[in-house]
Ligand binder design. Structure first.
Ligand code: ADP
Length: 482
């Protein structure tokens, strides 16, 4: 059963009970008040009749010492007549409670008569046929006699009014319940709307639409629940997008990896086949085995690079503090010897906190790339800036540059802007991927500025406050070294 229907049902039950009880109480209260009033009037009337009887009895001739029965009957008949039209019924009994006179229609037992005595007035409500009466009894003392006067006052109207009250209230209850159902239906729909919207949202999400959000229609607890649900959905969506991107990246990586393996393997297989199935002269044999060797070496270098990337991605940096000067000295020694390019090293004094060998690997890769992108003799600037929050390294060349749309892709493994050019320079598209992984564990990232035909500048900032754990030693360190 729907929640809104349950609320509706509960409200109807509560309303029906409330209306039923209040109606019953109200009608009964009115009835009891009316009966009380009628009883009061009946008792008053009985007293007045008693007094009238006693007054009438005073006019009996003085010859009688005791009021005769015939006079009693006469006075009673007169009293009844004087009240004609009011539906008054009377009955008179003597000392022995034997009935001397009774109006027509005074048809009731003598129980009340038995209860009445000189000092006690009594009354009861009696039903005769479908009529209701208030039956009273009182003693009348007149001319040495004690007589008992009973009256019956018709109160059927009061009972009829009670019945009418109940019937009217039943109708009113029914109308109020019907209109209440309509109003309560709207109220329960309004109250349960946030739940309905949340259910819709969960269904949409279960069907794979993670961007769907539930609309917030109230500011109460359910509104807060909607907000929390939407926040949860947002996190879920982000995680799913991230997962999808990771899967996509992995697939791309596998595709590129297979492709990169194919080229050297095809050459190796081809030359090996030539060696085993043809008779080759010394020169051809040397050439074939040389191809196999160089392509094999390329594969080896590639697998070592991949290993470096995997290791760098999984490890934590083992931090050391070293002067920027020491790093630049190392780079100068490494690159200025050949004299193929024009190197310019400029740096601010300062200290860096990093896993030094890994940072040297990054810089060597960047300088190597700058050399590959430049003509022989081209200028390459390697700069160091001591900033407020960290030390910035920048490698700038004036070579071929990178098209803007390619710039965000070059840090992906195996990505090369110009594949044949990269391969001819022993590139496999893994250097920048390795740099990215190394910088990630140093809380840093690569910034690329480049313009086609004008050159590129690769830079990164090593924060002084590296909030990473410092460990002593570390064997993987050596594996990741160039
Ligand atoms: P590799 O140099 O082994 O090919 P990298 O990951 O180091 O692989 O570089 C990926 C690609 O980015 C290179 O193939 C090259 O096309 C491009 N690239 C990197 N550095 C530069 C640069 N300084 N100038 C122009 N292109 C560059």
């Amino acid at each position: 059963m729907k929640f809104s229907l349950k609320i509706l049902l509960c409200m109807i039950i509560v309303m029906a009970l409330a209306l039923g009880f209040s109606g019953y109480y109200f009608v009964n209260y009115v009835f009891e008040t009316s009966v009380e009033r009628e009883v009061g009037q009946a008792l008053d009337e009985s007293s007045i009749l008693g007094f009238a009887f006693e007054t009438a009895a005073l006019s009996v001739p003085a010859t009688y010492s005791v009021l005769p029965d015939s006079t009693v009957e006469e006075i009673a008949a007169n009293l009844e007549k004087s009240g004609q039209g009011s539906g008054r019924l009377i009955r008179i009994a003597d000392e022995g409670k034997n009935v001397l006179y009774a109006s027509d229609g005074f048809e009731t037992d003598e129980q009340l008569l038995a209860l009445t005595d000189e000092n006690t007035k009594a009354y009861q409500i009696t039903q005769v046929g479908n009529k209701y009466y208030i039956h009273t009894g009182t003693a009348v003392i007149s001319l040495n006699r004690i007589l008992y006067l009973e009256t019956m006052r018709d109160v059927s109207e009061v009972f009829k009014e009670r019945e009418m009250g109940f019937s009217l209230y039943r109708k009113v209850t029914l109308v109020m319940l019907l209109s209440g159902i309509i109003i309560m239906h709207f109220i329960s729909s309004f109250l349960t709307k946030p739940i309905l919207l949340l259910t819709q949202a969960t269904k949409q999400m279960a069907a794979g639409d993670y961007s769907y959000r539930a609309k917030q229609v109230s500011r109460d607890e359910l509104g807060q629940l909607t907000l929390d649900f939407n926040r949860m959905a947002e996190t879920l969506e982000k995680n799913i997008i991230q997962l999808e991107e990771e899967i996509e990246a992995k697939e791309e990586f596998m595709g590129a990896f297979a492709h990169e393996l194919k080229t050297p393997l095809t050459a190796i297989i081809g030359y090996a086949d030539m060696l085993r199935s043809h008779k080759l002269d010394e020169e051809q044999r040397l050439m074939s085995s040389n191809y196999i060797y160089t392509e094999g070496k390329r594969l080896e270098a590639m697998s070592l690079r991949l290993l470096d990337i995997i290791v760098a991605g999984k490890k934590e940096a083992v931090l050391q503090t070293i002067s920027a000067e020491a790093v630049f000295d190392y780079l100068k020694d490494m690159f200025t010897g050949s004299g193929e390019m024009e190197f310019l090293f400029q740096y601010d004094e300062g200290e860096i906190t990093a896993e030094v060998n890994l940072i040297k690997t990054v810089l060597v890769n960047l300088i190597d790339n700058a050399c590959k992108a430049s003509e022989t003799g081209g200028k390459i600037e390697v700069n160091g800036y001591a900033l407020q929050d960290g030390y910035r390294f920048a490698v700038k060349d004036y070579g071929i540059g990178i098209p803007e749309e390619e710039q965000h892709k070059i840090t992906q493994a195996f990505y090369m802007v110009d594949k044949s050019r990269a391969r001819s320079r022993n590139g496999a598209g893994l250097g920048l991927a390795l740099c990215t992984e190394i910088l990630k564990i140093h809380n840093s990232e690569l910034e690329i500025e480049s313009e086609t035909g004008k050159g590129s500048c690769f830079s990164f900032v090593l924060p002084y406050d590296v909030s990473m754990q410092t460990k002593e030693g570390g064997d993987e360190n050596d594996e990741a070294r160039d």
